[in-house]
Ligand binder design. Structure first.
Ligand code: ADP
Length: 354
């Protein structure tokens, strides 16, 4: 039987549907004050009148209220961040959807700590970052398959630096192209994919990737905060043509170039890095202003790769990492404004694979 519903109800229903199906979650995490901040300012922070979703951030000029899906304050645990941000995405990926988690913020704001733990090969259960927890949960599904169907998981690790995609499992592949296909979506063509069957194999792969990243850094005189590091997990279900893809992205530091005091090659480098982050900002602006026909995804390698994270059948979570100290207020405010803009993409509809 067909029911007639009033246009007002239909619109409301559609709005609710869009909100429920929102594909972008934006959270903020404040790290604890560090020793330098404490030495200069004691316990003073810029955070005021706060709850679990909103707070006012003060600098000497203004008080700004921010509202996010969730705010993790300095005393938050790694597990809290994982459960809110990543756990729902793991389930999506197991059912063939794509999921991405990005950490954004100035260098030293806690991106790597949140993503990789105190060290990428973190053994302390308490301190494990998103990366280790995601892989533990993915392999939990492998051990206890819901419908007795087999999954295989492959892993890649790449770095985007100066608009070049480098394979961290094979340094001879230092300028990989980004391509698109019907079955794979957007992918890094030629990147080494290693089949992994448990968390300790992932740890072994990570050690290789980290060692290679360090070699590259020494060769190019670069620090890891200048490159974007991508951990990619492809989950293939034996009976589905489409695989789910889980990508964790530890973005380069978002600090302003002028502040780093860079000159010459370092200045050029910083500009190129900021170019891909500002391209990301531009893409987000286009998506939120409704100009969806003119989104310049191809302006940078990063935005091209993230294209299906910001539209399409993907669920995306952004963790904005900030220092709580007034000493870093301008960078924190810029990070928080970036997160606020991304939150506006919420109304983009999710489409599910057939
Ligand atoms: P980024 O990756 O943004 O450059 P890091 O993650 O390396 O920053 O963090 C800088 C320092 O702050 C590190 O020593 C890290 O261990 C510490 N830190 C960051 N976030 C936290 C946190 N939530 N709890 C405890 N220490 C943290």
């Amino acid at each position: 039987k067909a029911y007639a519903i009033s246009p007002t109800l239909a619109r409301q229903d559609q709005r609710n549907w869009k909100v429920k199906m929102s594909n972008v979650t934006v959270c903020v995490r404040f790290r604890p004050l560090n020793s330098k901040e404490r030495r200069i300012n004691g316990d003073l922070t810029g955070i005021h009148s706060f709850d679990s979703e909103s707070f006012v951030f003060k600098d000497e000029k203004e008080d700004v209220r921010f509202c996010f899906d969730k705010v993790f304050y300095s005393d938050s645990e790694q597990l809290d961040v994982y459960e809110f941000l990543a756990s729902p995405i793991v389930e999506d990926v197991m059912s063939g959807l794509n999921g991405k988690i990005l950490t954004y913020g100035q260098t030293g704001a806690g991106k790597a700590y949140s993503m990789e733990g105190q060290s990428i090969l973190e053994c302390d259960e308490h301190k494990k970052g998103l990366l280790q927890r995601v892989t533990d949960e993915l392999f939990g599904f492998l051990r206890h398959p819901v419908d007795n169907k087999k999954f295989t998981i492959k892993m890649s690790m790449v770095e985007i630096y100066m608009e070049k995609v480098r394979d961290l499992f094979d340094l001879s592949k230092d300028n990989l192209p980004i391509k698109e296909s019907k079955t794979r979506g957007i992918f890094i063509s030629g990147a080494t994919e290693i089949t992994v069957t448990n968390s300790s194999e992932v740890q072994q792969c990570l050690s290789i990737g980290i060692a290679n990243r360090a070699v590259g850094e020494t060769q190019m005189n670069l620090t890891s905060s200048r490159s974007h590091c991508l951990y990619i997990f492809i989950v293939q279900h034996e009976e589905r043509s489409r695989s789910g893809k889980f990508v964790l992205v530890d973005l380069a530091g978002s600090e302003k170039v002028e502040k780093t005091g860079a000159e010459g090659r370092l200045l050029e480098e910083a500009k190129t890095i900021n170019k891909s982050l500002s391209a990301l900002g531009n893409v987000i602006n286009s998506l939120t202003s409704g100009k969806t026909n003119h989104v310049r995804y191809r302006d940078s390698k990063l935005t091209r790769f993230l294209q299906d994270a910001l539209g399409g059948n993907s669920r995306t979570a952004l963790l904005c990492c900030c220092s709580p100290s007034p000493l870093n207020a301008s960078e924190s405010l810029s990070t928080l404004r970036f997160g606020t803009r991304l939150k506006l993409i919420k109304s983009v509809q999710r489409s599910f694979p057939a």
